[in-house]
Design a binder for this molecule. Structure first.
Ligand SMILES: [Zn+2]
Ligand SMILES: [Zn+2]
Length: 180
């Protein structure tokens, strides 16, 4: 394990959220899409189930993507902004099947704020550990998905949204065939 369990889960959820925008069609277009995402990523807390909630979560995607791709100083500024705007107040909590972990917002804060704060808290760990290089984008030419590299030797290159690793291997194979 590179980070604590809850940090790794939060980072994976942040990557999944960012990558909904990279799917064709966009995987977060309707409230049903949002319900499915919240269920799949097991976000707790209250929901409003309205267009404003969906719009706020959609707007969080480019904000998180910007941090994901940022250099350290810029990532710090952006993560701090999310935490400040949410009036983040870290508290240890236990709920559902999860043992003690940090929440920095109350369960009645808006969904997008809770999602953003959870991601920002995880990014705090990444930044402090000097591990921002583990936040990557997919190495496939035609893919902009983000990649969370939690591998031991930092060797992960492709996203898991599509079939990028396979396509890259086939392309490399074809290129080799052409040359010979
Ligand atoms: Zn929790
Ligand atoms: Zn990819």
């Amino acid at each position: 394990m590179v980070f604590t369990h809850d940090t790794e889960l939060a980072l994976a959820s942040a990557a999944a959220l960012i990558n909904t925008a990279e799917e064709t069609p966009d995987a977060l277009q309707t409230l049903q899409d949002l319900d499915a995402f919240v269920l799949a990523e097991q976000y707790s807390g209250t929901r409003t189930h309205d267009d404003a909630e969906l719009a706020a979560v959609r707007a969080l995607r480019p904000a998180l993507r910007e941090i994901w791709l940022a250099e350290e100083d810029a990532a710090v500024v952006l993560a701090n902004k999310i935490l400040r705007d949410a009036h983040a107040l870290p508290q240890l909590v236990k709920h559902d099947q999860w043992d003690w972990h940090l929440h920095a917002t109350t369960p009645d804060a808006p969904l997008a704020q809770r999602m953003g704060t959870e991601a920002a808290m995880a990014l705090v760990d990444v930044i402090r550990e000097k591990e921002l290089a583990r936040l990557k984008t997919c190495a496939a030419d035609d893919c902009n998905a983000v990649v969370l590299d939690l591998s031991k030797n930092r060797s992960r290159r492709f996203c898991d949204t599509g079939n990028c690793a396979n396509r890259a291997h086939v392309a490399a194979y074809r290129a080799r065939q052409k040359k010979s």
